[in-house]
Write a protein that binds this ligand. Structure first.
Ligand SMILES: CC(C)(COP(=O)(O)OP(=O)(O)OC[C@H]1O[C@@H](n2cnc3c(N)ncnc32)[C@H](O)[C@@H]1OP(=O)(O)O)[C@@H](O)C(=O)NCCC(=O)NCCS
Length: 196
């Protein structure tokens, strides 16, 4: 398995955040997609479609993926992203949707494509650890993402990490749900830091 990039401390069972290089992804894809469908409440069938996208994204030079692993190696959560570039589906749609200085937000941006933690493992800071590990040392000016509108843990996490609204109630083709498009300056504020 990939090398640990960071480990939990204290006397509690250790959950490690590890890098998942593209070469290791196929072997962990089913586990990641099971987390994706469970965390999002999607039908199991949507995992295979998403998995195909993830494998394609893993071909990008800038692909970066982190997983949270329990002591026995079970995956509890994962997140990944890559450099957001013109010509990519999400980038081109968001470029037209956001107000203000689009170059400032999208000109040097790491696009967070997915971030999910198994429901039973949520509420213990794993999402934040995954996000911080993904951002660690990135050369990009910003991190950008979209997430379904709602008052939930994802929104609380993103606000805590300093994400701003770039667009609200945005509709992507093929999805009836409104999304918030959010962006944060990198590096992230230190733990316990950000407002708004
Ligand atoms: C969004 C998601 C990835 C966040 O993961 P998480 O591990 O639950 O989130 P966090 O790391 O923010 O931790 C959550 C809570 O643990 C608390 N916490 C407990 N111990 C903590 C610690 N040591 N460090 C940090 N936070 C800690 C936080 O205060 C936070 O409380 P809050 O949710 O009441 O604000 C996860 O909830 C999820 O998978 N949700 C469903 C899928 C989804 O919406 N994904 C995002 C789509 S873009």
């Amino acid at each position: 398995m990939a090398q640990p990039s960071e480990a939990g401390g204290g006397g509690v069972p250790t959950i490690m955040i590890v890098d998942v290089p593209r070469s290791r992804l196929p072997g962990r894809l089913a586990e990641a997609m099971a987390i994706y469908v469970t965390a999002m409440g999607y039908p199991a069938s949507s995992g295979s479609q998403r998995g195909t996208h993830m494998l394609r994204h893993a071909g990008f030079d800038s692909f970066r993926c982190r997983a949270a692993l329990a002591a026995d190696g079970t995956m509890l959560g994962f997140g990944y992203g890559y450099t957001s570039l013109p010509g990519q589906w999400w980038h081109d749609l968001v470029l037209r949707a956001i107000a203000g200085d689009t170059q400032d937000w999208l000109g040097s941006a790491f696009e967070l494509s997915e971030l999910h933690v198994l429901p039973a493992a949520q509420g213990a800071g794993l999402g934040e650890r995954l996000l911080r590990s993904l951002a660690d040392g990135l050369p990009h000016r910003t991190m950008v993402l979209s997430t379904p509108e709602g008052e939930n843990r994802a929104w609380r996490l993103y606000r805590r990490m300093g994400f701003y609204d770039l667009a609200r109630n945005h509709l992507f083709p093929g999805d009836h749900r409104p999304f918030g498009v959010l962006g944060a300056r990198l590096p992230f504020p230190p733990s316990g830091g950000a407002s708004r």
